[in-house]
Design a protein. Structure first.
Ligand SMILES: [Cu+2]
Length: 449
């Protein structure tokens, strides 16, 4: 008897939670209202069956409850009932599958006037490629990927030269223009999804997949990697900004073509050396840093990482916190450095001999080694840094500096700004550290590398 009441109550609570839930589909921003309809049809059918079956169960429990004067009898076969049940189930399943099949046929059939764009997934970022004036994307393959050719384009394919490379986590798209998004992975499985567009698709290494949609609403939406299997896909966050055609064209014009990226590498180390005199006061003439001034060792850092940090200091992305005195100091330095000769300066710093700063913190090194397992994927097993993943070297760096940065990440002083894609990744990673003891163990281990 009680169990019947419990079942009815469960049905009632489920219905209330469903209809009063604040978690529902995000407002649609693409042409794919058909997906919403499909989801709703499935909900109505499964919801109706859920309610009907459970109420029937409750009724049965109540109606045939124990009674001394009644005896049950066994009926193994009932043809009529089975025909009815099979028939009704088939109708329900057909009603759920048909809208899905019709919608899928539209999803795989791309309109002829779609603008073709490539989205490249790699651990742990999204980048984008637009066909240049020829309207054709050149060939690409993960085996061409190198520090100089991070998109992995085939240099011998003439179609590659004018391709526009967008190495930024914010993709802009023109409003009301059908988009064919070709999806390519340079390493593992990923999954490109924008909840408001309602389309998502896996990226499979070694092959190309695609999705198409027409953005129908201006605004900025999150790009998520919804791949479950593997490490840290949740850190692959990006944005897509939908705007009128003209603003989109202006934005695209600020990005270089593949041939431009390949050719601008000439730097003048002598100019860099002169520029470096301003930095030497704190970072030391050999670049090894100065712990008394909180100035880190620069000798093992790659120039791409340093260029990003200088830009972040300059643009109010890093060192913004009033109490972050070392950060604020670098902000004023970065604002007064000459942007035109900065590539020369950073190339000069990169050319300095590696110098290692000795560790000062003690801790349980073997525990630190175990904890470092989570860091090695990005920073390298010897903490040498991985340029392709934008992760800097940690080996040889002052452990007091590393400690301060990790604390800043976890407090949100660094890596909180919406433009700080890689800082955000690192901020999410500091959640694996948990305690000051574990942090010390980790740093004691990094000092041994
Ligand atoms: Cu991913």
């Amino acid at each position: 008897m009680y169990i019947a009441i419990v079942i009815v109550a469960l049905v009632a609570v489920t219905l209330i939670l469903h209809f009063a839930s604040p978690w529902w589909l995000t407002p649609l921003a693409s042409n794919w209202s058909a997906i919403d309809t499909t989801i709703e049809i499935s909900f109505w059918i499964t919801g109706f069956v859920f309610v009907a079956v459970n109420l029937f169960l409750a009724w049965t429990v109540w109606r045939f409850r124990h009674n001394k004067n009644r005896r049950s009898h066994y009926e193994p076969e009932n043809k009529k009932l089975e025909i009815w049940l099979t028939g009704l189930t088939s109708v329900g399943i057909i009603a759920m599958l048909t809208p899905g099949l019709i919608t899928w046929a539209n999803i795989v059939h791309v309109p002829d006037d779609a603008l073709e764009i490539e989205a490249i997934g790699q651990q742990w970022q999204w980048t984008y490629r637009f066909p240049g004036e020829d309207g054709v994307l050149g060939a690409a393959n993960a085996r061409f990927v190198s520090n100089e050719n991070r998109f992995g384009l085939d240099p011998s394919d003439p179609n590659s030269a004018d391709d526009i490379l967008v190495e930024h986590h914010r993709l802009h798209l023109p409003l009301d223009q059908p988009i064919k998004l070709v999806l390519r992975s340079n390493d593992v499985l990923h999954n490109f999804a924008v909840p408001q567009f309602r389309v998502k698709m896996d990226l499979v290494p070694g092959t190309q997949t695609y999705q198409w949609f027409t953005p129908t609403r201006e605004g900025t939406f999150d790009v998520l990697c919804e791949e479950l299997c593997g490490l840290a896909h949740y850190t692959m966050k990006g944005q897509v900004q939908v705007e009128p055609e003209e603003e989109f064209r202006n934005w695209l014009a600020t990005y270089p073509t593949f041939s431009e990226v390949q050719s601008d590498s000439a730097v003048d180390l002598a100019v860099g050396e002169t520029q470096y005199q301003t930095c030497a006061g704190c970072h030391n003439a050999d670049g090894s840093g100065n712990e008394a001034l909180n100035a880190p060792n620069l000798t093992r850092l790659d120039s791409r990482y340093m260029a990003r940090q200088m830009r972040h200091y300059r643009e109010g992305i890093r060192g913004t916190e009033r109490e972050d005195e070392p950060g604020q100091l670098m902000v004023s330095i970065a604002q007064s450095t000459n942007v035109d000769t900065e590539p020369d300066l950073l190339a000069y710093i990169e050319s300095l001999d590696d110098v290692d700063t000795a560790g000062t913190l003690t801790g349980d090194i073997s525990n630190g080694q175990r904890l470092y397992g989570a860091c090695a994927a990005c920073h390298g097993s010897a903490a040498e840094g991985k340029v392709l993943l934008s992760a800097p070297a940690l080996a040889g760096q002052s452990d007091l500096y590393l400690k301060r940065q990790l604390e800043h990440f976890s407090m949100g002083w660094r890596g909180k700004h919406p433009q700080d894609q890689f800082g955000t990744q690192m901020r999410l990673m500091t959640r694996t550290i948990h305690s000051p003891e574990r942090l010390r163990d980790l740093l004691a281990y990094i000092s041994t590398l």
